[in-house]
Ligand binder design. Structure first.
Ligand code: HSE
Length: 419
């Protein structure tokens, strides 16, 4: 029998215990051994939970119990979870976690400490989609050319509802929180940080690259307005928050931001709380992974899969997918050298000479316009809509600063990258 301790019995922890109970028969057959929860650690013992497992409010009842083989860390947060997980590993326990923030900062240290102990984290990226397994095992014969994914259910739910139903930002964020999709602090979702944490984990498996959130471009969906969503729709685009990793020669670019993406692309059709990730390998070509990225049962499905895997196998896998360092290390492309096409919406006073002055600034910054349209906004103002040819990030940023300073420009220009 394998005994499990769960640290943090909230939505996901409760689902883990329920799945281990409800599907005990098939789980035991697949693992070749029975798996039981010996103890769940909670902060508040008097709170009602829909599961009958022994509970404790003392973390050492799990960490210091020699009978517990696998510690499931579902407490969230970074530094406290790091201490707990280190202690579990030092007590020679295998660890399963869904904690992407912990991994975004400490995955290489944890790999070092874990050594031959199993350390699994399938649920940390895209909830129920087995993307870690796919990338680390299924695609291990490939150089990964790119990863492009919708990896935050909350943002995708919000973007979909704003587009389909014209619902405003705050109402829909509250709805996503009530449905249990959002992080405790939803800034992690809407600010792009949750997606960035997930992207960094995937980038380690794909490229062996050790980047931290502060090393990469991270923008959220806070500036995406109803106006931009409807312009995008009119021109055949959807707006999605994407995590993007791309390899070009010896450089890897990593970025998270809202994107205009053609409605014909498969990833543009991924709606609601669902997640979708496209991975292109040099030998396999494009592969696509789709499924629920948030919610108790979906996330717990991945956690329990890791528990089964550890219970059935004697040997752990290299945590981040590399058994020895990659020769000829790849380097991270500086943010301001990233290249893209851009959508720009500039709200201006509708006066003579405005357009000429703006296009002069485009030219001065090396930016070439691909399409341009003017739409009246009020009786005295208009929205100028541009899409550009491929341009360099630092040129676009300089250009936006110059345009914003013009007296006939009414607000900070809106910029969304096009993929
Ligand atoms: N807040 C996350 C999301 C949960 O909305 O996708 C899963 O990581």
């Amino acid at each position: 029998m394998i005994k499990v301790g769960i640290i943090g019995v909230g939505t996901v922890g409760t689902s883990v215990a329920q799945i281990l109970r409800d599907n005990a028969n098939i789980i035991s057959a697949r693992a070749g051994v029975d798996i039981v929860v010996k103890c769940g650690v909670v902060k508040n013992l008097s709170k009602h939970r829909d599961i009958e497992i022994p509970l404790s409010d003392n973390i050492n009842d799990v960490l210091e119990d020699d009978e517990i083989d696998i510690v499931v860390e579902l407490m969230g947060g970074v530094e406290e979870a790091f201490e707990v997980v280190k202690k579990a590993l030092r007590s020679k326990k295998a660890v399963v976690t869904a904690n992407k923030a912990l991994l975004a900062y400490h995955r290489y240290e944890l790999q070092e400490i874990a050594q031959d102990l199993a350390f699994e984290y399938e649920a940390s990226v895209a909830g129920g989609i087995p993307i870690i397994n796919a990338l680390r095992d299924g695609l291990s014969a490939n150089h990964i050319k790119s990863i492009m994914g919708i990896m935050n259910g909350t943002c995708n739910y919000m973007m979909t509802k704003m587009s389909d139903e014209g619902v405003d930002y705050d109402t829909i964020l509250k709805e996503a929180q009530d449905l249990g999709y959002a992080e405790a602090d939803p800034t992690f979702d809407v600010g792009g940080f949750d997606t960035a944490h997930k992207l960094l984990i995937l980038a380690s498996i794909a490229y062996g690259i050790d980047a931290k959130p502060e090393d990469i471009l991270i923008e959220g969906i806070q500036n995406v307005s109803q106006e931009d969503i409807s312009f995008a729709k009119e021109f055949g685009y959807a707006i999605k928050l994407l995590g993007i990793a791309k390899k070009d020669a010896e450089e890897v670019e990593l970025r998270v931001h809202a994107c205009l993406i053609s409605q014909d692309e498969m990833i543009a059709k991924i709606d609601g709380v669902m997640n979708g990730i496209s991975v292109v390998g040099d030998k396999v070509g494009e592969t696509l992974y789709y499924g629920p990225g948030a919610g108790g049962n979906a996330t717990a499905s991945a956690v329990v899969a890791n528990i089964i895997d550890i219970a059935r196998s004697g040997k752990s896998k290299p945590m981040l997918g590399f058994d020895k360092p990659l020769e000829g290390k790849l380097i991270l492309k500086p943010t301001d050298e990233i290249e893209s096409k851009y959508y720009l919406r500039i709200n201006v006073s509708d006066k003579k000479g405005v357009l000429a002055k703006i296009t002069k600034i485009f030219e001065g910054n090396n930016i070439s316009v691909e399409t341009m349209l003017q739409r009246p906004a009020t009786s005295h103002s208009a929205n100028l809509l541009f899409s550009t040819h491929i341009a360099v990030e630092k040129d676009i940023q300089n250009m936006i600063k110059e345009i914003e300073a013009l007296d006939f420009v009414n607000s900070k220009p809106v910029m969304i990258r096009i993929v």
